[in-house]
Design a protein around this ligand. Sequence first.
Ligand code: ADP
Length: 302
Amino acid sequence: KIVVVGSLNMDLVTNTKNMPKIGETIVGDSFRQIPGGKGANQAVAIARLGGAVGMIGKVGDDSFGETLRNALMHDNVDTKYVFKENDCSTGVAAITVDSQANNAIIVIPGANFKITKEDIDHSLDMIHGAETIVTQLEVPIDVVHYSLLKAKEAGKYTILNPAPAQYLEDEIIGNVDLLIPNETELEILAGMEIKNEEDILAAARKLMAKGVKQLIVTLGEKGSIYLAEQGVQRFKAYKVKAVDTTAAGDSFVGALAVALSNKLEMTQAIDFASKVGALTVTKFGAQSSLPFKDDITHFEGD
Ligand code: ADP
């Protein structure tokens, strides 16, 4: 079993030909509500790929909270520890996309920032019953740290996707078995500018010196790089027609967690996750774009 500690957001997506200017009112083209949030996306990705998964997180006392909880349940994610905060809004992302695919986004963390260490203490039976714990940085950093600590105390395998990009204390990084940053996140974590592949390797090694055992740097359509004590390995991305890259990283992380818990070798697990990431960019939105196990079986990628 896998446990995801993280965020739940409702994505409110407006499509419009042009972005409105300050003070302007315009008529747009379409509007959709799509369940999102990095934590929930990763949990749903895991469930759709056949993994047993529970989510630890928090929503507000509004209709979005109910909708997000129901969406997770519909995808067979255990929501026993999706807590509810009273007098608080559920996390939302107000996303505007223009006809050139430029976007402007405001995220309101809401209840995601109200989850506490005490909530983690209340959820310990779920952590203890799992073999892998997956987390990101859309909930308070002390909760991320505490979850990793409790997971490591219980001998679990810990995966951190350090998104959105943020600097982390060595103490936190030291509790991570597998770190999965993209290039921007790696740059901020390592505190150095990255211009080429040599810089990526140098930055990754800097983090490994702080106790991370394995590291995968994702590079969008350029694929990914895996680093461990044994060495470095490069993985290509599968060629697809990209429609919307939202949740590519989330589906990659979820897929990797599933593959590793199914005891696949790391190289096979990364190949599987690359297929999942590629398929995700062929569809619009966050949870609306996450593929199912059968989609991967039938994917003949190049
Ligand atoms: P993030 O969304 O966190 O920035 P990436 O964009 O690096 O993450 O995507 C994660 C993985 O998904 C990549 O390593 C790659 O395997 C796959 N992926 C992402 N974008 C594409 C794309 N345009 N074409 C094919 N695969 C992609």
